[in-house]
Design a protein around this ligand. Structure first.
Ligand SMILES: [Mg+2]
Length: 310
């Protein structure tokens, strides 16, 4: 039975099939990196796809694990890359959702020690969540003599290309308190970089801290459902009428499936068709949760189906 279900995955979305599917969906969730842009270059046709979906009355959200930018900074990037009709509430980042979680779910009573970059700090400031972690240490400071803040009640770890041993050590000290919350913006293991290079993602940093603290972080980003809950609670979208488009099977597709949303793998990013078929043909039940319903070469494949309605 399970095999029969899996064999339905990875269907190529083309022509009338694609048009009919889009007709049944009121909301489209896009991952960003590897789907609508790669680094600082828009995927050809992606701005037109977003614009046409909106013109057709669809809700469009950008659900990204990339926590390095605030939503305002994302808006600048959208505009620069030719996405003209994106507004702040369309952007649902792991940095923003971490701030919402800390303020509205955890209702943290105290400060949050942050390992992260601008996006995380800005979103926490804007949500009114008190933060520490950005103050420069005095030269030569060590874990033996650096100050610790007794008001810290949570540790949040995200992508931080200035991570150093002292930051990790301070976070470990805070996490010795079992009542101190431990959150990670996302669990992404690594990110593709130009010329075939890669860099460690937030998940790698969180893993270092999890090992040292002997605790597991609560992960906010995909594949956790929290980011979808943020959208549902604010905009009341219906999972059955929603489509998730991503490039990473273990985050985007798993996220969509666990939220009860149909999923599309775009082959412009990290995961390959071979990997998707490997999950589909595997007997591993965990792998089955990473099988996309549909596959497109690029989001530009949506254009003919949307163009015809002009
Ligand atoms: Mg991606």
């Amino acid at each position: 039975m399970a095999g029969a279900t899996r064999s339905l995955g990875c269907r190529r979305l083309l022509g009338t099939h694609l048009k009919n599917l889009l007709h049944t969906k009121h909301c489209v969730l896009f991952d960003c990196d590897g789907v609508i842009w790669n680094g600082d270059k828009a995927v050809a046709g992606a701005p037109e796809v977003v614009s046409l979906l909106k013109k057709r009355g669809k809700s469009v959200f950008f659900v990204t694990n990339n926590c390095t930018r605030s939503r305002d900074s994302y808006l600048s990037k959208f505009s620069r890359l030719g996405f003209c009709d994106v507004v702040q509430s369309d952007v649902v980042s792991s940095a923003y959702c971490s701030a919402i979680y800390l303020r509205d779910m955890a209702k943290v009573q105290g400060k949050v020690y942050v390992i992260g970059s601008d996006g995380v700090y800005t979103e926490l400031y804007e949500a009114g969540v008190p933060v520490v972690g950005r103050e420069p240490d005095v030269p030569g400071a060590t874990i033996y003599d650096c100050p610790l803040d007794s008001d810290v009640k949570a540790v949040l770890v995200g992508y931080d290309d200035k991570l150093n041993f002292l930051k990790l050590a301070k976070a470990c000290c805070y996490l010795r308190d079992p009542n101190c919350l431990f959150l990670a913006t996302d669990g992404d293991p690594w990110h593709p970089r130009p010329r075939g290079r890669v860099s460690p993602g937030s998940g790698s940093l969180a893993a270092a801290l999890e090992t040292a603290a002997e605790r597991k972080a609560t992960v906010i980003g995909k594949p956790s459902r929290f980011m979808f809950q943020c959208i549902v609670s604010r905009f009341g979208v219906d999972p059955a009428r929603t489509l998730m488009v991503g490039d990473r099977l273990e985050t985007d597709v798993l996220f969509g499936r666990s939220c009860g949303v149909d999923t599309v793998l775009a082959l412009t990013g990290v995961s390959t068709l071979q990997q998707a078929l490997g999950y589909r043909d595997s007997t591993d039940p965990q792998g089955a949760a990473c099988v996309p319903d549909y596959v497109v070469d690029t989001v530009a494949d949506f254009l003919p189906a949307l163009d015809e309605e002009r």
